[in-house]
Design a protein around this ligand. Structure first.
Ligand code: MRU
Length: 347
């Protein structure tokens, strides 16, 4: 997608260097950072300089390829095994991370060139899948529609185009008038910071709403459809996504509003029988206690926003049971969230 008229991917690899948009600085500063070793790429994933299912997957693929490049010939096997563990330990919920590491690890055992090519392939496939999701999801959007989205499942969360936002971009480019309701998505505010920035860059009409306002906008008839992304989809169609997603699905179901999940096949995990088996990441309570941002002069501050003596709990994701989901928009078409359809998709 374009930033200041120039085309960017969220993350890419040149020789042995992984380059990415530093997402913790957005929307206030646009900066490309470089990770020269697999450990530096791991740090970028852990600290969320790169985040979002597909972008994490690409970062993990590149990190695994970097590990093969760095491995000393005499202890290659032990080195890449240790690296694999380290990469897989960065974030536990996004299935794309495990999917990507596995693919690069398997081919890398035979050839370094193949490991690098496989990582690049994973990144390219992510772009193609996102584009196809945009095409299928666009069919659900009519002129004048109000759509709610949660967190950021736009191009920043993937290598390009995104999932939940990809149908919206396609509809907008076709000239359909849409209005996007953007959940702010506390505590890290991916909606308010990233989705809003993306939509602004593309000229898509939108408004940031407080996390607790979505049911109201559904009830007064402004929101006609919900589209969210996914971090992992279990074999029975239960979906792990950013914390707060389940609440939106409950409200949508109660009010008869379609609730769609957009995700590529690489996000499905056949080894997780149900949502209860998906590991949910708990992040630092400090993300709840403190907020950061620039003042009017652009000077960055971190301020405490709640009682100084209270503990906080910070689950990063929740699970929406399949029965609350209308359909899943994939790169192969829109499917129902059930075991049969998922098996067919992955066959
Ligand atoms: O914690 P994050 O920002 O890496 O979370 C991932 C997400 O952006 C969301 O859960 C998103 O809706 C699905 S991933 C495209």
């Amino acid at each position: 997608m374009k930033v200041n008229g120039k085309n960017y991917r969220t993350i890419w690899m040149e020789d042995s260097t992984v380059k990415m948009i530093e997402q913790t600085l957005l929307p206030f500063e646009f900066k490309i950072i470089e990770c020269n070793t697999y450990s530096e790429t791991c740090d970028a994933i852990r600290t969320m300089m790169v985040r979002g299912a597909g972008a994490i997957g690409a970062a993990a693929a590149f990190a695994m390829a970097q590990a093969f490049m760095q491995a000393p010939p005499t202890e290659r096997e032990a080195f890449v095994l240790k690296a694999r563990k380290e990469i897989e330990g960065t974030r536990p919920t996004a299935q794309n991370l495990f999917y990507a590491v596995n693919r690069v690890f398997n081919v890398g055992a035979n050839s370094l060139d193949e490991a690098i090519a496989e990582a690049q392939r994973i990144s390219d496939e992510d772009v193609e899948a996102s584009q196809a999701i945009g095409k299928f999801g666009n069919e659900l959007i009519y002129d004048g529609m109000g759509i709610l989205t949660h967190c950021n499942a736009g191009w920043l969360a993937f290598v390009d185009y995104g999932t939940a936002l990809s149908p919206i971009y396609t509809a907008h480019h076709e000239g359909k008038k849409v209005m996007i309701y953007v959940d702010e998505t506390r505590p890290r505010s991916q909606g308010a910071r990233l989705t809003a920035w993306e939509l602004h860059n593309e000229g898509v009409p939108h408004a940031i709403i407080p996390d607790n306002a979505a049911a109201y906008f559904m009830w007064i008839g402004k929101i006609k459809m919900v589209i969210v992304g996914a971090d992992r989809i279990a074999a029975n169609g239960d979906v792990a996504n950013k914390i707060g997603t389940f609440g939106k699905a409950l409200a949508a179901k109660a009010l008869g509003i379609p609730f769609y999940v957009a995700a590529p096949s690489s996000t499905f995990d056949e080894n997780c029988p149900s949502g209860r088996d998906i590991p949910i990441e708990f992040r630092s309570p400090s993300e709840v206690h403190y907020q950061s941002g620039p003042d009017k002069r652009g000077v960055q501050h971190t301020i405490r926003v709640c009682s100084p003596t209270s503990e906080a709990m910070n689950p990063a994701f929740d699970v929406t049971p399949a029965e609350y989901i209308t359909g899943i928009i994939t790169e192969k078409g829109i499917i129902l969230p059930n075991a049969e359809e998922i098996k067919k998709l992955l066959a």
